[in-house]
Ligand binder design. Sequence first.
Ligand code: WTA
Length: 660
Amino acid sequence: MSELNDIQSVLTENRIFDPPAGFQEKLGGAWVESMEAYRDLHAKSIADPAGFWESVASNLQWFKPWDTVLEWNLPDARWFIGGTINACYNCVDRHVEDGHGDEVAIVWEGEPMDNDDPDIRHLTYSDIQDKVSRCANALKSLGVGKGDVVTIYMGMVPELSIACLACARIGAPHSVIFGGFSSQAIVDRVEDADSRVVITCDGAWRRGSVVPLKANVDAAAAKTKCIEKTIVFKRCDNEIAWDDARDHWWHDLMEEADAECPCEHMDSEDMLFLLYTSGSTGKPKGIMHSTGGYMVYTMLTSRFTFNLRPDDGQVFWCTADVGWITGHSYIIYGIMANRVPTLMYEGAPNHPEPDRFWSIVDRHKVTQFYTAPTAIRAFMKWGDEHPAKHDLSSLAVLGTVGEPINPEAWMWYHRVIGQERCPIVDTWWQTETGAIMMTPLPAATPTVPGSCTLPFFGIDAIVCDEQGNEKPPNTGGLLSIRQPWPAMLRGVHGDRQRFIDTYFSTVDGMYFAGDSARRDERGYFWIMGRVDDVINVSGHRLGTMEVESALVSHDAVVEAAVVGMPHEIKGTGIAAFVTLGGGVEACDELKASLREHVAGEIGAIAKPDMIRFTDALPKTRSGKIMRRLLRDVASGKESTGDMTTIEDFTVLAKLRDDED
Ligand code: WTA
């Protein structure tokens, strides 16, 4: 962390974009109309958090009102204490009861077999109420009750959202595993959560191939006794193995199940879901989110950040996978709670053609579009002719999330996709924060390419040192949050100490996000990146230790060190330095086999972009791997830092000479 002291950022970005004129008419009025309105409400939300959040919470339907808004005993926050609520009820049933049952809730586009005839489904709130209730009863028939964790490992089909909502309906926390993760990742997560039921698909389509989801669950079930029952949704009709005692077809269970299922009255603090995310040490940790606070905060951030309005013909599209927090909050809970149709797609941005996204925007008249900088950089590279083929005039707000956006990509997004009339909301947040923490508000905040601008309501963010002293403008420091917010994580599943150590031990008395940042003289925040051993590959978090453990579990490998390196599209790529066992020959075939091995242990997203074999790794006298030096080698930079403690200078010289 001492590296932070070196960072005296140079402010080079002077472009500033006021909220575009005409925006308000386009979206039927703005929730937050001006910078004055933002500043006024933000100040109120910080001065009186209980009063502010109480008035927001009454926008949801509670079975029983809360007695106390907030109880804060660092690091434990409890929100809306004594209140009972159901997340599924607020996303589905409430809208049906209010007379909106026939309105579209989910728009889905499957991967097209042929570009002119995409697979499209529109599901109304009534359709979803029926399916969610049946799915909830099906889960009950398999013995799932309140408090039992259900694992969901599916492709991007509406049934994935239905499965999540069904769990929420009966108070069974869900643990969604991204469909790109391996069978080993499933084993680790079901064991940690002690989850006995897995909902999956036979397969998922991606770039014309079937991702064998059921086969991965079978492989996981062979490695752990935990998985007792699976429910299999038929998507691809691919060949799968079948175990009569364990496997059940989704369609059979749904047909047999009753279409009436009451929503459980959940305590506000009951766990809504668990979501695993990488940390700097060991295996991914299960981040626990509550029901009441998460719903209140996610509903409001969705509404204000994207200016959601339910009766104005909007269609919201977040391109993330539900397997990540972005999908949880901005495909399902936050968007559905606002009664705006949420679009979900299956496949990839460049299949069958690199215009896939723009054809979806055009066909469904998407109004708010939310994606990641890595996708924007890829589109830039593929060329302007692809968006140019489509009518993008429905777009009104553009969002980005997951990693810092470079000003060049921001400008391209603004010019080519937004056609210079759509505000861009660069949203900073994390799995742990549950929902957006810093963002411009589309009709209020002047934007600057590369800055996530200012904190959301109720968020008291600061850039500081370890003692909590605020840093002067344009000086790097630790990004921390001083006060609790309703959607903050409630803990790390099964590991109280890790919860405290990771988030509440670095900076005195505050939540520390693991990111460094600076504020400019305007007060705008600029995220600089992770300060722990977590790297952000295409907006996906990976712990360098996880990739190292995967490499070391290969027979040929004795030691491995993994660092991030700059990557044109991914933002950060993975560089691995590997020491082989005696007698093992370093060759290209071995590199390929190591990449596959890592994919098998974690998932394809963790495959190293560069592998370099080395006789030894540069270490300090106390035996710590000098990662900073490796980062410099991986990015081709000269090391200027202090090297006096390095044990063997020749190691570094050798690494540098060796071309990949
Ligand atoms: C990074 C994704 C810069 C950051 C929602 C954070 C960002 C990590 C931004 C969380 C942004 C997310 N600008 N960096 N707008 N958004 N990050 O848990 O390093 O997958 O700590 O949550 O992504 O990643 P996670």
